[in-house]
Design a protein around this ligand. Structure first.
Ligand SMILES: Nc1ncnc2c1ncn2[C@@H]1O[C@H](COP(=O)(O)OP(=O)(O)O)[C@@H](O)[C@H]1O
Ligand SMILES: [Mg+2]
Ligand SMILES: [Zn+2]
Length: 506
């Protein structure tokens, strides 16, 4: 007695097809699963056995051998339970011969019910991509799975229900495609609540338009956290593809909620400075995405930046550069995307008042130690650095509301459209990604701008790396003003965004 069942496994967000073969022979009772990697698979064996017993199927007196192939890819996670169980029931012909275009995914509870499982969205997408016509998976995951179009999705409660369906005793209807409900679109807090601070809003507009990372330095209470929270609301609405990518990351992390199974609002992930390197970058025995990938297509907010462990901040360098996290394990490499805007905030010194009207009580060496937690290479990856000063009382009372989030977003969308056209035949999406070799092609300066830049170099002693960053930010500033040529005022603004590190990190 023999059966073959199809399922899928994940490496990062990429699914691969797995064949589960089961053979049952007379002999002393035994249940072996081969071709599996880790402990979670041994746990799987226990769950499958318990589910068999508790669902009323008595096949304990036989020798059951299950094998998963390809054997050379280490298989982790719990989504193999259900296909293994189906293979056993098919081998003893409780379930009739299986259709080769059917795939099965999901974890079992000990009672034989299907339990919500991590990674169902990318697993289902892989089944669709491999030409499968139907996929059977836990009812709890039906909404996220039905984001995948062009494959029939069946939400299954327990193994008895599946058996009855495949035996033709009951009818099941595939889930309709998931459409987000209007209340799932959140209205992020609005920038019109922030009084004054027009220069900060303008810095944020530039950062978001060109996808530049941002650092805000200012005393406590100056509104840094309030401002950061409002950034996702000025980014363009997520496209369907972006939502699918982000939802896949949340799916693998097991963070989707059945009430709002689709990530349609740009993520905003405030990260605690107590978070571990693995928590931020990703990692673990079964490598899970970290905060930087949960913020994919959105914002990761590191508040009180110098409170983070220096070695943890250093691990951000590669992902910030590549917009992709690679986690290496003995079993191979997996990667998670992190097209993430880094927004960081900090006080200028331990007491918070350095450079502001209130007097600072810190010693110069304690200030340098504090700032020194942030290394030069990390700072270099933050294109836009801006000081935030507390608004004065009169301004709080009287200031007009200034730029609202929707006005800022419109400006950003216009600048992004310019970039889309500019980079049409390239791999690039944003100005922040222009490689050094193509700066002169994409960033033409007029004569006055050229002279100003040269002057700034001589006066400020800027580095070559600073030069690249200034050009890219100036490109975005010019795009926001609809100017193809970069003018002196654009360069001057970009230089200004680079001079804070000189003021503080002398
Ligand atoms: N420009 C502003 N307009 C309106 N309210 C402000 C402004 N700046 C600060 N506030 C108020 O002060 C509070 C503290 O700001 P917060 O963002 O926590 O400051 P920080 O993070 O810089 O310490 C905010 O929640 C808000 O109520
Ligand atoms: Mg704060
Ligand atoms: Zn101080």
């Amino acid at each position: 007695m023999f059966s073959k069942v199809k399922t899928f496994g994940l490496l990062g967000l990429n699914g691969f097809e797995v064949t589960v073969e089961c053979s049952i022979a007379k002999g002393s009772p035994d249940f072996k699963i081969g071709g599996l990697g880790d402990i979670s698979i041994q746990e799987s064996r226990l769950r499958v056995q318990a589910a068999l017993n508790n669902s009323g199927y008595k096949i304990n007196s036989d020798k059951i051998t299950v094998n998963l192939s390809p054997a050379d890819i280490k298989k982790t996670g719990s989504s193999y339970d259900f296909p293994v169980l189906v293979s056993v029931l098919a081998a003893v012909e409780i379930i009739p011969a299986l259709n080769p275009a059917d795939a099965f995914l999901g974890e079992l509870s000990l009672s034989g019910d299907l339990a919500g499982t991590k990674g169902i969205l990318p697993l289902t997408a892989a089944a669709k991509a491999c030409g499968f016509k139907r996929v059977f998976l836990p009812k709890a995951n039906v909404h996220e799975a039905s984001l995948v179009r062009g494959i029939e999705i069946y939400g299954i409660e327990d193994i008895n229900q599946l058996a009855a369906f495949l035996q033709g005793r009951i009818k099941l209807t595939p889930a309709p495609p998931y459409e987000p409900k209007p209340e799932e679109y959140l209205n992020a807090a609005d920038f019109s609540d922030v009084k004054g601070q027009e220069n900060i809003k303008s810095a944020i507009q530039t950062a978001a338009a060109g996808f530049h990372n941002l650092l805000m330095i200012g005393p406590p209470g100056s509104g840094k956290s309030m401002i950061a929270k409002r950034i996702p609301g000025v980014l363009p609405k997520m496209t369907f593809e972006e939502s699918i990518e982000s939802t896949s990351v949340y799916s693998v992390a097991g963070l989707l909620d059945d009430k709002s199974p689709f990530i349609i609002n740009r993520p905003f992930r405030p990260v605690s400075h107590t978070a571990s390197g693995a928590g931020i970058i990703g990692g673990g025995k079964i490598p899970m995405p970290g905060e930087i990938s949960l913020a994919h297509n959105g914002v990761m907010f590191l508040d009180e930046l110098p409170e983070f462990r220096r070695d943890v901040l250093e691990t951000l360098r590669q992902p910030l550069e590549d917009r992709n996290v690679v986690i290496t394990r003995a079993s191979g490499k997996i990667s998670y995307p992190c097209k993430t805007m880094l927004v960081a905030a900090m006080n200028p010194c331990p007491c918070g008042n350095y450079g502001s009207l209130n007097s600072c009580t810190c010693t110069p060496s304690s200030i340098q130690r504090y700032l020194g937690k942030i290394s030069r290479p990390v700072l270099d990856r933050i294109d836009i650095q801006t000081e935030v000063n507390a608004v004065k009382y009169e301004q709080l009372r009287t200031a007009q509301s200034g730029l609202s989030s929707s006005e800022i977003r419109e400006n950003i969308e216009r600048a992004r459209e310019i970039q889309r056209v500019r980079f049409k035949n390239t791999e690039l999406l944003f100005n922040s990604e222009i490689p050094p070799s193509r700066l002169s092609e994409f960033c033409p300066l007029d004569k006055e701008a050229e002279e100003f830049l040269k002057g700034s170099f001589d006066n400020l002693g800027l580095s070559a790396r600073a030069y690249d960053r200034i050009m890219k930010v100036a490109r975005t500033v010019a795009d926001l003003e609809g100017s193809e040529v970069i003018l002196k005022k654009h360069i001057s603004r970009a230089v200004q965004y680079r001079t804070l590190d000189r003021k503080y990190w002398k």
